[in-house]
Design a protein around this ligand. Structure first.
Ligand code: PMP
Length: 309
């Protein structure tokens, strides 16, 4: 099935969506992106886009940092997303990639005196970490601090850091890397936040440990509190706490909620999925597919449904 893209304010086939080789962001990483999920609900024959407003709000924040002006309102961005996904007509899980970028066909390291543009594409995409439980290793590459490249926004150039860590982990036989902050505290995975279960409570690194403030992280904190009565403590996390945790899992739009089996060849708990992790995973998977009535506000349906009697 052909996919479509939104480029230069038009919907066109993905195969025809091209940009010039002089485009500024190709050379200097001067763009801001998002990753949004469209989750297929087979019973309802519906795709639910999960928390698009929060993703676009984070995109706007990145644009402010990067001096990019985005000429669409939040409602327009949501409308463009629904239109693009419905044109594609997919009946499976999707990944939506909006990108706000320095579009001038002009070289020179800077953010000022450049034109900006916005594009979006959609691809079918199943599980990102395609394992039931991830085997992780602490990366030798650290996250940058905020005065190096702000890690709280999704700047494309920043992701060289993540790519270095991910490839190191995978070439060493692991599924994912866990990066440390500049001060040595635990930060996050290369595309996921990290949670530990310690004595029945959730523990996760804070904003000042060079993390991206994940939307899945926020979702899981709310679901743990409101559905399971479990609080989350946001605090600096030592590396050795990773080895001692009762349970550990990663959260991200692409990776959903992925349990961690081992870190640096040390089993987490008994190496099997933990009780709290599996409860959260079950609730989360219902919520993102529009199967939990209480959280339907987070789910934007794409396909128009016939009215049923
Ligand atoms: N950290 C990093 C570095 C990421 O790239 C992502 C994916 N966007 C996350 C965490 C998780 O964020 P979210 O739950 O908003 O997808």
């Amino acid at each position: 099935m052909p996919s479509y893209a939104f480029l230069n304010n038009e919907f066109i086939p993905l195969s025809e969506a091209k940009i010039n080789i002089m485009t500024h962001c190709l050379h200097y990483g001067t763009a801001v992106f998002e990753g949004i999920r469209g989750n297929w609900n087979n019973e309802q024959k519906q795709i639910y886009i999960f928390r698009p407003r929060e993703h676009f709000q984070r995109l706007y924040q990145g644009c402010r940092v990067m001096n990019i002006s985005l000429p669409y309102t939040l409602n327009e961005l949501c409308r463009i997303t629904v239109e693009l996904v419905s044109r594609c007509g997919f009946e499976e899980d999707l990944y939506i990639r909006p990108l706000a970028y320095k579009s001038s066909e002009s070289l020179g390291v800077r953010l000022h005196n450049l034109e900006d543009d916005f594009l979006m594409l959609v691809i079918p995409w199943g599980p990102y970490l395609d394992v039931d439980m991830a085997r992780c290793a602490v990366a030798s590459w650290r996250r940058p601090e905020d005065n190096t490249i702000p890690p709280q926004v999704k700047i494309t150039g920043l992701y060289v850091n993540n790519a270095l860590a991910k490839t190191e982990a995978v070439l060493n036989g692991f599924d994912e890397a866990i990066m440390l902050a500049p001060d040595g505290y635990v930060s996050e995975g290369t595309g996921e936040n990290i949670f530990l279960v310690v004595d029945g409570t959730l523990v996760t690194p804070t904003s000042y440990s060079s993390i991206l403030m994940g939307i899945t992280r926020n979702t899981v904190i709310q679901l743990a509190r409101d559905e399971l009565g479990i609080e989350t403590v946001e605090r600096p996390v030592d590396r050795s706490e990773l080895y001692l945790a009762d349970e550990c899992f990663l959260t991200g739009t692409a990776a959903h909620l992925t349990p961690v089996a081992e870190i640096d060849r040390r089993k987490i708990g008994d190496g099997e999925i933990g009780r709290i992790t599996s409860q959260l995973q079950e609730i989360y998977s219902r919520v993102i597919r529009g199967n939990h009535p209480k959280y339907l506000d987070w789910c934007l349906p794409v396909y128009r449904q016939e009215a049923t009697a």
